[in-house]
Write a protein that binds this ligand. Structure first.
Ligand code: ADP
Length: 259
């Protein structure tokens, strides 16, 4: 498959893409992909030309989140043409290149090669590419950092200690590789009861802000645990494209990232 050829394509041309923003997390399930999608949509809403690369090769979710499932990218001059979404954010994901539910059992170099192919797609118009990284600090992250030199990284964490410890590791990996940390986002901070509107804190709150302060990085804000975000994500209608209160939270995030 195309990943075999990826390393032949290096070194990577910088092309017209001005900025890669990597969205990472120390562990899975903290809402990294959700934040990446909504950050991209909020940036597009603010007038930026944005694309999304789903580098989460083993658990690609951007096709679902952006409502582009079932679409197949075509290749032009041996490079993939991103799939258009209805939110003004084109996307490339392994989910567009594999069958639904198909397990991707590749070793690191193959997976890194695939990420290279996604990033070397025809991103000609994009001013910013938001990259949804796999969780953790493995081969794919290193490929990204070494070959593509993101302009900055956004780290997503839930407020509880374990997630924060892992997030700290992710921050260290980026920092050591010379990628500036744009800041830390606290996701699933405070649960808003859909019935009575009462706010509770299943994972605690404020932990990411304190951790960001300790690490000397910026705190980019809090996104609450809101069932509407989960529902809209599953439906491929990103929260940031709507008019609800959380769309504003993502718009704020986009402002701090774009500055
Ligand atoms: P990750 O990329 O870190 O593995 P996902 O973005 O896939 O995490 O999110 C995991 C699950 O949590 C998904 O079902 C998603 O819809 C849900 N989710 C993420 N953030 C929120 C939130 N702020 N409120 C409600 N559900 C959320």
């Amino acid at each position: 498959m195309m990943a075999d050829k990826a390393d032949e394509a290096a070194p990577v041309k910088s092309g017209p893409v001005q900025k890669i923003i990597a969205v990472g997390s120390g562990k899975g399930g903290v809402g990294k992909s959700t934040v990446a999608t909504n950050l991209a949509v909020a940036l597009a809403r603010s007038g930026r030309k944005v694309g999304v690369v789903d580098a989460d090769i083993y658990g690609p979710s951007q096709a679902r989140l952006l409502g582009t499932e079932g679409q197949k990218p075509v290749a032009h001059d041996s490079r993939l043409v991103p799939v258009a979404s209805q939110w003004g954010v084109p996307v490339l994901s392994m989910a567009h290149l594999s069958n639904p539910g198909q397990a991707i059992a590749w070793r690191g170099p193959m997976a890194s090669g695939a990420v290279t192919q996604l990033l070397q797609g025809h991103w000609d118009d994009a001013e910013i590419i938001v990259v949804d990284l796999p969780p953790g600090t493995g081969d794919i992250q290193l490929t990204m950092l070494q070959k593509f030199k993101p302009a900055g990284a956004v780290i997503v964490s839930t407020p509880q200690d374990l997630a924060l410890m892992d997030a700290t590791r992710a921050v260290e990996l980026f920092s050591k590789s010379g990628v500036p940390i744009i800041g830390v986002v606290e996701n699933m901070a405070g649960y808003i009861c859909p019935h009575c509107g009462e706010v509770s804190d299943p994972f605690g709150t404020g932990g990411a802000e304190a951790a960001a302060r300790e690490m000397g990085t910026a705190f980019l804000g809090r996104i609450p645990l809101d069932i509407a975000i989960r529902r809209e994500s599953d439906a491929g209608t990103p929260t940031a494209a709507g008019d609800g209160p959380q769309a504003e939270a993502f718009a704020n995030l986009a402002r701090s990232v774009a500055d």
